[in-house]
Structures are given as C-alpha cells and as structure tokens.
Design a binder for this molecule. Sequence first.
Ligand code: NAI
Ligand code: PHE
Length: 358
Amino acid sequence: MALPEWDGELTSVRHDPDTGAWFVIGVHSTRLGPASGGTRAMVYDGVADAVADARRLAGAMTSKMAAAGLPMGGGKSVIALPAPRAELDDATWHRILHRHAANLNLLGGNYTTGPDVGTSAADMDVLATLTPHVFGRSAAAGGPGSSAPMTALGVFAAIEVGVAEAGLDGVEGLRVLVQGLGAVGADVARLAARAGGKLIVTDVDPARCTAAADELGAEVIDTGDVLSRACDVLVPCATGGLLSPATAATVPCTVIAGAANNLLTDDAAAEVLRRRGITYAPDFVANAGGAIHLVGREVLGWDAAEVTARTRAVGDTLAGIFADARAHDISTVAAAGRAAARTLADGPRPTSTAGAQR
Ligand code: NAI
Ligand code: PHE
C-alpha cells in the first residue's frame, strides 16, 4: 500500500483508553506564525480517516490565514469520538476535553485551537481553564464569543460578490439554497432572507428546518436533494466533501459560496465548475470571517468594528481572485491558491497593530 503524502510540519496522534477517543492535531505550517485552527469532534470510520481529515483541514487553515492576511499558520484538531457527541455523558466529555488540553500543552504554543464542528465557545471556556492555547472563549468568560456570526457575514459578502461576478443583479429574488442550519448556516440564511433571497433549506436536524421555515418562510427540502435541486446560489454550511468532479458536473446552480471547510473533494472539481461557468467562491476565502474574528480580537487587539470591516473585506479579496481566475483562464481555487502561495513565499510580515496574545 502506498504511504500517504502530506506537506505539513507535524501530526500528533494520541489515544485515551478510558473514553475510547482518539486525538489528532495537525500542524500544517508555522511559516506565517504559530498555527491555529479549530477542534472538530465527531465520529470517524477509523483513526486513518481522522488523521487524514485533520491534515487536510490543517492545510486549509494555512491557506485561509494566508489569504486573509492574518499572521498565523494553519493547524487543526480532530477528536474521533467513541459515540456521537449528543450521546456522551458530561463526565466523558469533560475527560475528553481534559485530555485534549494536555495534548495542546505538549505543543507548547506552536498550535492554538478554537471552536469548529462539534465544539463551542462553552467548550473553549473549559479548555481555557487547562491551557492558554485556546481562542474563542465565550464573552462571559472574557473571550470574543462565537466566531459563527463573523463567518456568516463573510460568507454573505462572498455570496454578493459571487452573484455580481456571475452577472446577476443582486441577491433579491434569487433562489438561495442553504445546506446546514447550524451556527453559521442559520445566520447566512437570515442575511440572505433580509436581502430578499428566496430561501430553500435543508438540515439533518428537522427542528432546525422547521425553525427556518417559521422564521424566514424558507422552503424545506430533503438532505438528499441538495445536489439536484435547481437554485441560483448554493450555500454549503454543513461538513466538507460535497462536491467531487462527478457532482460538480451536474450540480444545478450558478454560484456556490458557503462556509463548509474542504467543500471540494479535490481541486479537479473546481476545474469542472469553471468549465461549466459556475462561479465558485473558494471555501478558505469565503469562510475566513471566523478566523478574522478570533485572531483579530485575541492576537491583533482589533475591536468589533475593525473585525466587522475586515470581514466585509472578504468580498474584496474574492473579487481580486475572480478577476485573476478570469484573466488567466484558471479555476478560482487555482487563483486563490496562487495568492496564498505568494503570501507564504513572502513570509511573515510585521503586523500593524500591537499584539494582545495571552
Ligand atoms: P454546526 O455544527 O453548528 O452546523 C452544522 C450543521 O450542518 C448542523 O445543523 C448539522 O445538523 C448540519 N448537517 C450536518 N450534516 C448535514 C447534511 N449532510 N445535510 C444537511 N445538514 C447537515 O457547524 P458550524 O459552526 O455552523 O460550521 C459549518 C461549517 O462551516 C463547517 O464545515 C465548519 O468547519 C465551517 N466553518 C465554521 C466556522 C465557524 O466560525 N463556526 C468558520 C469557518 C468554517
Ligand atoms: N474553525 C473555524 C475555521 O475553520 C474557526 C477558527 C478559526 C478556529 C481560527 C480557530 C482558529 O475557520
């Protein structure tokens, strides 16, 4: 069997026999600064899957930090749970957080975590009692609070710029299909509804669909119909891997802009979208608002207004990427990758604001 390849710096893999959980931390790059990226806690098919996910997600964080101009590297934690999070009792979850904190401490500040799928600001509060290497504590615990609202704001900026790039006249009246109505997706749905979009939604949790139907008048569709339902803007806000070269060849939409990390199974899917004339906002550019919020507030000392302005500027970054892709007949992912690679090649830049790292 061929050995896997990875261009990252370090992978830490540990097991806790008491809970059955496996802990993977991928540090992809510290070229621009200490690595950072959230903690994803979910059930995996096996340890190899968890390792592969952590490494790929860590790589995406390197690109995200570079594309957003943040002075951080890319990393990610994956906790492969013994059972779905909702089925774990409090004592087990607490022990898992304690083990995770011990692993973070072993890395000695080369990697700082934050929230991601399966973890929240409340979990960051617990971790922060055990390790200093945590972003995203709740406001009550002295942190900047959830990264989700800024992620949603950045995704909405990406939708607006994507719509303009596709030659459409604003979001009003467009069919906007949101997959995943969690912390980010529910907020993006609200922003799109406020802009006059006709909402179509889906989530594995029926209660979240009902809430969106009641609040926003959204039409609810089955989760299995997300790739076959015609829409103008597809907004993936669940987990990654939705678009492969095969599904990209048939997905019936004009613009794709969402929050889900690693939305494409591989870069070939981006090329398929380009050839079909679908405007794709690369995930690691569109979803940078959360990173801007956490790093801006906790490392760079930005206030909320500065974070909001920098998050809205995700739209400007994307407009530049779209223009480069058009000019060179390359996919938007290739254009975004080139921009991130240039930033990485240049190396760390002096930051304009005094650091406030804990
Ligand atoms: P979340 O866990 O709050 O929400 C995810 C939602 O997707 C849940 O409602 C879940 O039920 C739903 N879902 C899962 N599988 C689904 C499926 N097959 N079909 C339909 N719905 C499904 O997570 P959050 O924080 O909203 O993040 C969403 C995505 O955005 C993730 O991929 C995350 O990595 C990414 N992201 C999140 C950021 C943040 O600040 N929270 C920042 C950048 C990226
Ligand atoms: N997990 C989120 C992301 O993928 C938020 C986050 C950003 C967490 C940076 C930690 C550090 O962007």
